[in-house]
Write a protein that binds this ligand. Sequence first.
Ligand code: UDP
Length: 247
Amino acid sequence: MTNAYSTQLTTIPLLKVRVNDVDMREALAMCDEFIKSRKPHHIITLDASMCVMAEQDAKLRKIIEDSNLITPDSVGVLWACKRMGKSLRERVSGVELVEMLCSLSPEKHYRLFFFGSAPGVAEMAAEKMMLKYPGCEIVGTRNGFFTENDNNDIVAQIQNAKPDILCVALGIPKQEMWIAEHIQTLGVPICIGVGGTFDVLSGNVQRAPKWMRKLSIEWLHRLISNPRKIGKVMTLPKFVLLILRQG
Ligand code: UDP
C-alpha cells in the first residue's frame, strides 16, 4: 500500500489482511487528494466476511494489500482490533462514506457513478441522493447483473461518463475482483466496493434501528429482514473464532 498523502495512515494487521485506523474526516480528505491526483485509487471497505474470505483467497488478499485505503466497515473489525489492543477510532462504513461523498458533491463538484445491484436500484439510490443533496452529480448508473461479454460496454459507459468516484456494488469479493481487473483502464481516480449500499440508499433495505446499531447487532436485523443473508452472517462466528484463536 502506498501513501504519499498528507494523512499519515496507521495500518493494523488483522488476520491475513490489514486495516487503516482512519476516521470519516480523514477518509474524506484522502478521497479529495485521490481525486485531485487523477490517478487510479482503490478503496476497500473491510468487514468480517471479507477477512474470512481472504483467509483462503490469495487473489483477494493481494487486491486488499495493493489498495490505497482500507476502512473499517464493520463492528466486527472494530471489536477484533480492540481485542488485539489496537483500538480503531471509528467505523467508516461504505454506506456512510458514499453518502458523505454525495453530500460533498455539490460544493466540491465530485462526479459519482453508481454501478451494481438489481435493475433499478442504483437509479433509485441516485435519485434519492440527488433529491437529498441538491446539486449532487451522479453522472451514471448501471445494474450489476451482466455477463463477461458486457464488460467492454460497461467500461466504455463509465469512461464516457467521466466520474471521479466509481461505487461498485456487486457483493464481496466480486466487486473487489472487478475493480482490480478494470481500474487501470477506467480512468477514474477512486473505485470503491460498496456491497449493499445502493439497497440501503434507495430505501429498498432499511438500516437497522439506532438501538440495534448501538448494541452491535446490525447483523441480526440483516438476517431477520433477509434470511438469504445467512451465508454472510455465518462468517461472523468463524471470524470470532479466528480472532480468539490468535490469543
Ligand atoms: N449484486 C450484483 N451483481 C451480482 C451479485 C450481487 O449487483 O452478480 C448486488 C446485489 O444486488 C446487492 C449487492 O450486490 O445489491 C451485494 O450486497 P450485499 O449486502 O450482499 O454485499 P456484501 O455483503 O457482499 O458486501
